[in-house]
Design a protein around this ligand. Structure first.
Ligand code: DQA
Length: 147
């Protein structure tokens, strides 16, 4: 199974950015931990972080061919990007939306996401553990589907 993790703008600053909200773990450490945990002969996790909307959109468009599941933290694009929504609607790849913080306990503008109603599920407020649980669920569902 091929799972793509996508991280949106400013998540390259994990570990130094607003530590009280996003924690102290760097993006590199987090992604390496997930690779170590999940990558096996039949599971291949790949990752892309970008601050640019069009880079994320191009990756989503291309993933239709070779990706089984997407785990996406759209970061602030969750609240602004209909283009990201349209990209995810244009492919046949299920996705889970992850937010590190609880977007419902913060500023009002964070409580709406353009992706949530078309996601298979949403995880928020679990810190960076949210990625772990999202991958767990993605694998469980992929195994069930291919049984
Ligand atoms: C975030 C929440 C967003 O509101 C914010 O813009 C981010 C990170 C999170 O992971 O909690 O950049 O997606």
């Amino acid at each position: 199974f091929k799972i793509l993790i996508l991280n949106g703008p400013n998540l390259n600053l994990l570990g130094t950015r607003e530590k009280k909200i996003y924690g102290t773990k760097s993006l590199n450490t987090l992604i390496n931990e997930l690779y170590t945990k999940f990558n096996q002969s039949n599971v291949k996790i790949t990752h892309l972080q970008s601050n640019a909307e069009h880079i994320l959109i191009e990756k989503i468009q291309k993933s239709n061919k070779n990706i089984d599941y997407i785990i996406i933290n759209p970061a602030a694009f969750a609240h602004t990007s209909i283009a990201l929504r349209d990209a995810l609607l244009s492919i046949n790849v299920p996705f889970i939306e992850v937010h590190i913080s609880n977007i419902y306990s913060r500023e009002k503008f964070r409580s709406h996401s353009w992706l949530s109603d078309i996601a298979q599920g949403i995880i928020c407020g679990f810190g960076t553990d949210g990625y772990y649980w999202a991958i767990k669920t993605a694998l469980k569902r992929l195994k069930k589907k291919h049984n």
